[in-house]
Design a protein around this ligand. Structure first.
Ligand SMILES: C[S@@+](CC[C@H](N)C(=O)[O-])C[C@H]1O[C@@H](n2cnc3c(N)ncnc32)[C@H](O)[C@@H]1O
Length: 156
């Protein structure tokens, strides 16, 4: 089973707000916790998990949520042809393919990366370099707890 657990409640609360009325994609479903939170407010949620054991747990968890679709496999292959999305929750572990994620965003769409350590320099940090420096995005880094941060970026 791949490492990396579920998002913390503070991040789920943030996602619940940002997902409102939007078509959402999440990469890295894990056990479905964030998908459940986003489904409360989103128009639709597509969530992708490549670990078969985790996908099986998430499938049971998400069964019955009419606005959620779980895809199994690597997100780049699984998402082919879908989108654009109004919220992209980028949560597939140590994956820095933000350029591909950007292509799935509609104008005004949000790209969210959590699980960051606050106060780290931008240089040498792949997530911060892309999300905070790319001129096609406007972005803000926020604390989700006193010891964790997230970046919320919007496609201009
Ligand atoms: C931190 S967990 C996700 C937590 C979940 N988003 C939540 O908030 O509850 C990261 C997950 O990404 C999955 N993952 C990693 N690389 C992936 C890929 N290329 N495609 C799809 N899922 C991937 C891992 O198997 C793992 O379950």
């Amino acid at each position: 089973m791949t490492g990396g657990g579920s998002s913390i409640p503070e991040v789920q609360a943030l996602l619940r707000v940002l997902a409102a009325g939007r078509n959402v994609v999440e990469i890295g479903a894990a056990f479905g916790d964030a998908a459940v939170a986003m489904a409360e407010t989103a128009r639709s949620v597509v969530t992708v998990e490549r670990d078969p054991e985790r996908a099986a747990v998430a499938r049971r968890r998400l069964a019955g949520l009419a606005n959620v679709e779980l895809l199994e496999g690597d997100w780049r292959e699984a998402l082919g042809g879908r989108g654009p999305f109004g919220l992209f929750f980028f949560d597939a572990g140590p994956d820095y393919d933000f350029e591909t994620a950007f292509d799935y965003l509609e104008p005004g769409g949000l790209l969210v990366k959590d699980d960051l350590t606050p106060g780290r320099p931008v240089e040498g940090d792949a997530a911060r370099e892309f999300l905070l420096r790319d001129p096609r995005l406007a972005a803000v880094e926020i604390l989700t707890t006193s010891r964790s941060a997230a970046i919320v970026a919007v496609r201009r």
